[in-house]
Design a protein around this ligand. Structure first.
Ligand SMILES: Cc1cc2nc3c(=O)[nH]c(=O)nc-3n(C[C@H](O)[C@H](O)[C@H](O)COP(=O)(O)OP(=O)(O)OC[C@H]3O[C@@H](n4cnc5c(N)ncnc54)[C@H](O)[C@@H]3O)c2cc1C
Length: 472
């Protein structure tokens, strides 16, 4: 564990001089928001001060001051992480990028956009669309920052067709712990030019540097889309259909799954029954929501026909088409709010964000449900069936916190061990933060973990950047 210093009045004055008094917050002026992310159950920690930065130069000056004085620095975007990643575990300085929210310009011929890290995902998505383009990464948290998305290698619902954030990062400007500014990558389609520090930075969760500018790849905006809901009696039959859809060369943009319990939570949360629980007088145990994009109605129609035929051979109760703009909006709004729906009727919960081979989804879910039952915890789940990324929640409304946490820890350990055994990984998209750190070695192995620690020491010898996260 590194020893850190606190922010003395002299250092506070230096930091305030960098950003100006109006963008420097200390003591009572620090908002409670900065003490947690969207999983406050992992603990709240107060920073000593917050700097709202507006430029690479400011970030560089702040990091130089903090590195020289051994003060911890936690980068923060919108604070929507689900692993405690942006929480200042050791106090110190929070560097908040929310004011660096400019879309700096498009390079239309090369289908790229140059942005600051504090741009919100929803703003970039809308602006790209207005240029006839699409920024494909699509995490559910539309008010997260694009810098946070890059720092966590965020995934989302379109990953089946388009991949994840890492696949869209062409170039980055990064400020190192020392305050040095590093430019990584170029607006080129491919490269084989030494070790890819660019890709190392993506998903490093603010532990290797602070990203201050990004060049991101865009794709043409698809002409149209349609979603199709396939309801099944049970989860096993439902999930068994997923590899078949992928093998059928239908090229779906997303394949999301949901259990009956999530559908119920979603209905009570929104007050609307968006996803059916009974179809053709039969109870629905689980459903998959498949989305196709294309340029013509004929193209989409052909894919829907093929999916319908496939669904019938795989045991789907029906094929329900989500085609009108209102229906599409309702369905995808409800899907994006699944986590919020669970939160709304749960006292305590913890999350697994594992990724497993697609053919192991159903058996893994059954394993977690069995373990949940053993420990008296309610297990609820939904996720990205097309890529094996499962969001599974261990919940309790009855237990006291200490007892919930004790049982939850036992459940988590068993589920992560099983995940590693079947060839899965600890996190599909939310990252490690500090909440998942203790399980990292089992997931990646002892030697890779040691290499990660060595990389961290090279980038940040004093360990000031986001201490307590990932491998530090
Ligand atoms: C309702 C809900 C739905 C979600 N759905 C998804 C989903 O579908 N897919 C998914 O992947 N995630 C999802 N998330 C998790 C979260 O939104 C993502 O991890 C997101 O990328 C975090 O962005 P942020 O701006 O909030 O970053 P923060 O939470 O502020 O920070 C996250 C991490 O990035 C670091 N960081 C932030 N900015 C920078 C920077 N400029 N330079 C260096 N490091 C930086 C922080 O230090 C921290 O380690 C969801 C969260 C919620 C609450």
């Amino acid at each position: 564990m590194k020893e850190f210093n606190s922010v003395s009045p002299e250092i506070a004055a230096q930091l305030a001089a960098v950003v100006g008094e109006r963008r420097f917050y200390m003591g009572d002026r620090v908002r409670e928001d900065y003490t947690h992310d969207e999983m406050p159950i992992y603990g709240k920690h107060m920073p000593e001060c917050v700097c709202e930065v507006e430029s690479t130069e400011e970030v560089s000056a702040i990091l130089k001051i903090c590195n020289d004085n051994r003060i911890p620095v936690t980068p923060r975007g919108a604070g929507t992480s689900l692993t405690g990643a942006c929480v200042p575990l050791h106090g110190g300085v929070v560097v908040c990028t929310e004011r660096m929210n400019k879309i700096l310009g498009y390079d239309l011929d090369n289908m790229a956009v140059h942005v600051q890290p504090g741009v919100l995902l929803q703003d970039l998505a809308a602006d790209a669309e207005a240029h006839g383009l699409m920024y494909p990464p699509d995490p559910g948290s539309k008010t997260s920052t694009v810098g946070g998305n890059v720092a966590t290698n965020a995934g989302g619902m379109r990953a089946v067709k388009y991949g994840v954030t890492r696949d869209y990062v062409l170039a980055l400007t990064v400020v190192l712990a020392s305050g040095e500014v590093m430019h990584l990558g170029k607006t080129v389609c491919k490269t084989s030019t030494g070790y890819s520090l660019l890709h190392l930075m993506v998903g490093s969760e603010g532990t290797l540097g602070i990203i201050t500018e990004m060049t991101l790849k865009l794709v043409p905006q698809p002409g149209m889309n349609v979603s199709v809901l396939l309801p099944f009696f049970d989860m096993e039959t439902c999930i068994a259909t997923v590899p078949k859809i992928k093998m059928a060369n239908l090229d779906p943009q997303s394949i999301e799954f949901m259990g009956a319990d999530i559908v119920e939570s979603s209905s009570s949360f929104s007050g609307k029954k968006i996803f059916p629980t009974v179809v053709n007088k039969k109870d629905v145990g689980a459903s998959i929501l498949v989305t196709f994009v294309g340029e013509t109605e004929d193209e989409l129609y052909e894919k829907m026909e093929k999916l319908d035929a496939l669904g019938q051979t795989c045991g789907a109760i029906d094929t329900l088409v989500v085609d009108t703009p209102t229906l599409k909006k309702e369905v995808w709004t409800a899907r994006s709010a699944f986590l919020t729906a669970i939160e709304s009727d749960t006292k305590y919960m913890d999350e697994l964000d594992v990724v497993v081979p697609v053919d192991k989804i159903a058996s893994y879910l059954m394993f977690v449900h069995d373990v949940g039952e053993e420990y008296g915890l309610t297990v609820r789940n939904f996720g990205h069936a097309g890529d094996g990324n499962l969001h599974i929640y261990a919940c309790s409304n009855d237990l006291e916190f200490d007892e919930f946490w004790r049982r939850n820890k036992l459940l988590m350990q068993r589920c992560y061990t099983e995940c590693a055994r079947i060839g899965g990984q600890l996190s599909g998209e939310h990252g490690i933060g500090h909440a998942k750190k203790e399980y990292l070695e089992e997931s990646v192995g002892e030697v890779p973990l040691r290499m990660m620690q060595a990389i961290k020491a090279v980038f940040d010898p004093n360990g000031i950047l986001n201490p307590g996260k990932v491998v530090s």
